[in-house]
Write a protein that binds this ligand. Structure first.
Ligand code: PLP
Length: 380
């Protein structure tokens, strides 16, 4: 099967680029002396997780219980579910632990910690809980040396359920330049290590001191005191990461294969069958790359995206490809380059969102032949 045989839109994964991206992060983790616990929120694919772990299973991070169930079925036993748990989800987590005893839950709340300990005792399950600390991201977590942190640890430890501390520097995406990312990475590291030392000084012991995010993983100066890192986006990268300087456009491993469905010569634009549902409505990359719209396009046979056009508007099932520097900047567009029925790839602005629209990856590796079809999970 070839790209030309696929229905459009379809999600295409370039295995050579994926392997290159994975090798880069594996080398980073080695250099930093920490375990790589990739966040599978981006790929949601057992094949990708196995590729990160050299063909086998290994520690991963997940963002939903549905992911945890899917990866448990695929043989992954060591998972951090890195979104705060609520009591109503504990029985489902306990069921997952039958196949994946290394499932770890996340909390930054004293009542939730008490519920974890109580429900675990009632079910006869020793939950593993990681406490989230706040290191500047402003999303979740308690302060690293606060009475709240101590109280949560005290609620979990007697039941043997305190597994570690973690932080996520999501604000690394707002940084200007590498120096700022290095500083955010250092704040993330120093904060979570301070939390670990604070709890150890109070007599607690635990295994995991965890940091996350692709930009901080790529630019931390060192990770002394940390045991693991959880980047996720790096497996595929996207236009936002490219705009932030984390990757080259040629590293972006995922694209949406789309068909040209029309020419609107009066408006000087080309219509594609990849709209808001196929690409997502995430326009975050425009903060980093001017007029990138909903994505840049490249021919499957080309390594780099075209600089002159972008998908500048979307409707549910329509994408509108036009000149990036204004409708008249290229007048008329080279319609002959994109006959109706021809195909192109759209590079995603935010690959986690775009990929979420699909149930499989069609995998290519150096040609237009589909060498594999990999499933991916979804839902909650
Ligand atoms: N850890 C947590 C808790 C996250 O929420 C995320 C992403 O949202 C990550 C790790 C991975 O970060 P990135 O998407 O930058 O790779």
């Amino acid at each position: 099967m070839r790209l030309s045989d696929l229905p459009t839109p379809s999600l295409i994964l370039d295995r050579a680029r994926l392997k290159r991206n994975v090798a880069r992060m594996v080398a980073r983790a080695k250099e930093l002396g920490v375990t790589l616990r990739p966040h599978m929120k981006t790929a949601k694919s057992a094949e990708v997780a196995r590729l990160v772990h050299g063909g086998g299973t290994g520690p991963i991070t997940v963002s939903t219980l549905a992911e945890a169930e899917y990866f448990a079925k695929s043989g992954f036993t060591d998972m951090l579910y890195a979104v705060a748990i609520v009591p109503a989800k504990l029985d489902r987590a306990a069921a997952i632990m039958r196949a994946a005893p290394g499932l770890k839950l996340l909390t930054d709340d004293l009542e939730a910690a008490r519920a974890i300990a109580a429900r675990g005792a009632a079910l006869g399950v020793r939950f593993n809980a990681v406490i989230e600390v706040e290191t500047g991201g402003g999303r979740a977590g308690v302060d690293p040396t606060s009475p709240e942190l101590a109280a949560i640890a005290d609620a979990l430890a007697p039941a043997g359920m305190l597994a570690g501390v973690m932080a996520h520097a999501g604000h690394s995406y707002g940084c200007e330049g590498v120096t700022e990312i290095e500083e955010v990475a250092e704040a993330e590291r120093a904060g979570v290590v301070a939390a670990a030392e604070f709890l150890r000084a109070r007599g607690h012991s635990f295994e995991h001191v965890s940091v996350g995010s692709t930009p901080t993983a790529l630019h931390a100066r060192h990770l002394d005191g940390v045991t693991e890192m959880r980047p996720g986006n790096f497996v595929f990268f996207d236009l936002f990461q490219h705009g932030l300087g984390m990757c080259a456009a040629e590293d972006i491993a995922v694209g949406v294969l789309t068909s040209v469905i029309g020419h609107h010569r009066g408006r000087n634009h080309i219509l594609l069958d990849a709209g808001a549902l196929a690409l997502s409505k995430d326009t975050g990359a425009n903060r980093r790359i001017e007029n990138v719209g909903y994505g840049l396009v490249r021919a499957p046979s080309e390594a780099s995206p075209r600089e002159d056009v972008a998908v500048l508007d979307v409707h549910q099932e329509h994408g509108i490809l036009s000149a990036r520097r204004g409708l008249d900047a290229i007048d008329p567009l080279p319609f002959a380059d994109w006959p109706v029925g021809s195909r192109t790839l759209v590079l995603p602005n935010h690959v986690c969102m775009t990929s979420a629209m699909y149930t499989q990856y069609h995998v290519i590796d150096g040609s237009d032949e589909i060498v594999a079809v990999w499933d991916r999970t979804g839902g909650w």
